[in-house]
Design a protein around this ligand. Sequence first.
Ligand code: ADP
Ligand code: MG
Length: 355
Amino acid sequence: MGRVSLRGIRKRYGAVEVIKGIDLEVEDGEFLDFVGPSGCGKSTTLRMIAGLEDISEGELWIDGECANAMRPADRGAAMVFQSYALYPHMTVAQNMGFALKMAGVGRAERDEQVRHAAAILRISDLLDRYPKELSGGQRQRVAIGRAIVRKPKVFLFDEPLSNLDAALRVNMRIELGRLHDQLGTTMIYVTHDQVEAMTMGDRIAVFNGGVIEQLGTPMTLYKRPANEFVAGFIGAPRINFVDRPPADASGQAGATAAHHALWDALAAPAGAQRAGLRPEHLRVTDAAGGVPASVELAEHLGDSSILHLRVDGVAELLHAKVLAASDPIEAGQVVGLVADPQWTLGFDAGGKLVP
Ligand code: ADP
Ligand code: MG
């Protein structure tokens, strides 16, 4: 039903190519995330699927039909935006039923569809209100309801939760997951927030500069990122990168010694020019028990602390996420770093994961 295929999709604005060849198979009933930094082409790709942007090159197939030339209304795709774009002079029920009315669906059937969608979204008691009488979270539910009544083959969400406060975003994340379970409809969900992507999708497509860097399950992206970009984008605080230290035959002293000790502790695979280790896999002990590092900043979050650490000779600050202790580590202390090398990733000179 809701299978979506992108084959060699490109988008040019004048001479500038912003989507540089995307191949993607979205399975029927799948919840797929598009994630990536601002400007990487997530919205443009989604809008080409919806039919709001022309496709410069390549083929788009929806439910077994080539959709390149199809009118947006005929594609079976319903889009939900960050800005809810509700009609202010219409009630919730009228907003939700409007697309059906335009499509010539009769009143009784329209009412039935609207009531059904409202029940799913738990907004049945709001049907007679106007948008200005709703909270942000309620408005976003109405916008989703407007999509549901159209019974699309695929839902397209473009950062729908960005206008909501943090607590409500967490709630809506759970609700959208529930909605997907209930409807079983294909959903493509755009976000710049990797936490949202990690918690919501069956699979994630990581975008960067108009291409997909990697497509995989959340845990695959976390454990086996294809390259340094994906490793750096997934996970907060960001993964630590440590360069292979320069070979030094004349004996190691000072800065070089600490760098070598850290590299040895990481035990990166042969052939790696850079090692990657996530902050949650770096432990801190007393200075004699590991690679010496000085604490430049300690952020105490209550349950855990984020330590920003300087190792002599290593260019970048390292970050360690440690459980809160009764005697918390503070800035200025010298500690010992212990790596959990089963989690170490290696990257080659081109930034690709060393298998
Ligand atoms: P994202 O949603 O990932 O933040 P977009 O898909 O909105 O990114 O944008 C991708 C790139 O395309 C950006 O560099 C943006 O400036 C450019 N772009 C988007 N729309 C237009 C347009 N109408 N004309 C020219 N460039 C555009
Ligand atoms: Mg966007």
